[in-house]
Ligand binder design. Structure first.
Ligand code: HEC
Length: 222
């Protein structure tokens, strides 16, 4: 080995030691480090609610275009008025089947949202009624009220005077599930059989009335 190669090796080793010392000394575990390929970390798309030049008002979040509805949303065509309520009572029908499951969910949601005022039994004697925080809460059994599914759905959607709207807390299906439970409470208050029983009974009547060779309906895909 010549003297010069020895020198070179020494210098190389020296450089390597200095370089690694520099790198290690810059390492700070309290701060994020350098990112190689930052797009593995930074989203390529726009951030929700982010601010970007290319959008009007620099806001990524924009109001939906006119005449559009969110996915899965069905517009509700009845007006928020007494006439609208009467019309909903007369013609709006529950599109969902009365089932044990729907009634159970309706019962739970009713307990969460409605029972404070209407009472667990729907007799209008919820805790806020007995403490006189809200007045004029009706019993679902009141014949003068004509409590029917379409009307319940309507007041859940818009509210009615002292009662607020539940359209932002509940979706369409949930409002119908609550409406089923309210009809059940009404039946109980009036000493009538529950709506699951009555709907089964009427389904039985329907199927005997239509004695045709209908294909099995419950095989339809969901
Ligand atoms: C803050 C108390 C309060 C809560 C909570 C409340 N309501 Fe009411 N509700 C009222 C009052 C008060 C009325 C009577 C409004 C009127 O006729 O002026 C009423 C009326 C009703 C009626 C009768 C509508 C008609 O056709 O006359 C129904 C049905 C009803 N509520 C269902 C519900 C359901 C379902 C919920 C839960 C999603 C609920 N309410 C939550 C206070 C409340």
């Amino acid at each position: 080995m010549s003297k010069t190669t020895n020198m070179k090796t020494l210098i190389n080793i020296g450089i390597t030691i200095i370089a690694s010392a520099t790198m290690v000394s810059c390492f700070n575990d309290k701060k994020p480090n350098y990112q190689y390929f930052p797009n593995m970390y930074e989203p390529v798309g726009y951030d929700t609610y982010g601010e970007y030049e290319i959008f009007p008002n620099q806001q990524e979040a924009m109001t939906p275009p006119e005449n559009t509805v969110p996915r899965g949303f069905t517009p509700y065509d009845y007006e928020n008025s007494t006439a609208g309520l009467e019309l909903a009572k007369a013609e709006l029908k529950n599109p969902y089947e009365v089932t044990e499951e729907n009634l159970t969910v309706g019962n739970q949601l009713f307990t969460i949202y409605c029972a404070v005022c209407h009472g667990d039994k729907g007799d209008g004697k919820g805790i806020l009624a007995t403490r006189e925080k809200f007045l004029g809460i009706p019993s679902f059994g009141d014949p003068g009220r004509n409590i029917v599914p379409g009307g319940i759905y309507h007041v859940e959607t818009y509210g009615l005077n002292a009662m607020g709207s539940y359209a932002s807390q509940t979706n369409e299906k949930e409002r119908w599930q609550i409406a089923m439970h309210v009809m059940d409470l009404k039946a109980a208050l009036n000493g009538e059989p529950g709506i699951l029983e009555t709907s089964k009974a009427s389904a039985a009547v329907d199927s005997t009335a239509v004695e045709t060779n209908m294909p099995e309906t419950n095989t339809a895909s969901e």
